[in-house]
Design a binder for this molecule. Structure first.
Ligand SMILES: [Zn+2]
Length: 226
């Protein structure tokens, strides 16, 4: 008897899809269709982040337009990163096919899928109307990053009932700021993130040496090229 993983592996029409990547896809879809993801509903700097948006990401993955992939070379992900969304190729990169077992990894999947959602929202299909009323065209690379951290922090709270562990170092400041914002959004329908809190989070991300090595503080958000 086949389980769901095997069905995906044997029946996919993506001929070059490796078995390990076929194992990864159900893990990503499980996060996108989870109750914690469905409960997400807030506005951050012109972006409406919602459970309906994550269902759209799932649809794009099922059509093969967004592609979860495993890295083959260490350099395919920034040093220290576990996962990444690349808008130029629409690939969701992960280090392992076992990704998504614990709450921190599920929250990371949600974070990367928030980047994917912005990429869809800025695509020709939606950019003029503004998907769900969002207005994200012309924003900065680090606006995108800040929105993803807020979604990640709120997802973690809905998934576990507790706030994301903040850890140590520069990223701890990012997690603390994201947790504080998420605390104010929890259990509300469509609240708006305070713009000062949003720009404070964005600054903390852009000053982090890992992120500073990836983009300049005022770099445009490179999304919507489909
Ligand atoms: Zn990110």
């Amino acid at each position: 008897m086949l389980d769901d993983t095997e069905i995906v592996a044997c029946c996919s029409d993506d001929g070059d899809l490796a078995l390990s990547e076929a194992m990864l896809i159900p893990r990503v879809l499980k996060v996108l269709l989870s109750l914690p993801a469905a409960k997400i509903d807030f506005w951050a700097h012109g972006m409406h982040v919602s459970g309906g948006g994550y269902v759209m990401v799932m649809f794009y993955i099922s059509q093969g337009w967004i592609k979860p992939r495993l890295v083959r070379l260490a350099s395919q992900l920034p040093k220290g990163a576990e996962a990444k969304y690349d808008p130029s190729t629409h690939i969701l990169w992960f280090r392992r096919d076992t990704y998504g077992s614990g709450p921190d990894e599920r929250a990371t999947i949600l974070h990367e899928c928030t980047h994917a959602l912005r990429d869809i929202m800025a695509s020709p299909a939606f950019r003029n109307e503004g998907m769900y009323g969002s207005k994200i065209v012309g924003q900065l690379h680090f606006d995108n990053e800040a929105a993803a951290y807020i979604a990640e922090a709120l997802f973690y709270i809905y998934d576990t009932g507790a706030e994301m562990p903040v850890g140590e170092g520069d990223e701890a400041e990012i997690f603390k700021a994201a947790n504080a914002i998420a605390r104010g959004l929890k259990d509300k329908k469509g609240p708006r993130v305070d713009e000062t809190d949003f720009s404070d989070l964005r600054d903390k991300i852009s000053l982090d040496p890992i992120y500073a090595g990836l983009a300049l503080p005022n770099a445009p958000d490179d999304i919507g090229r489909w």
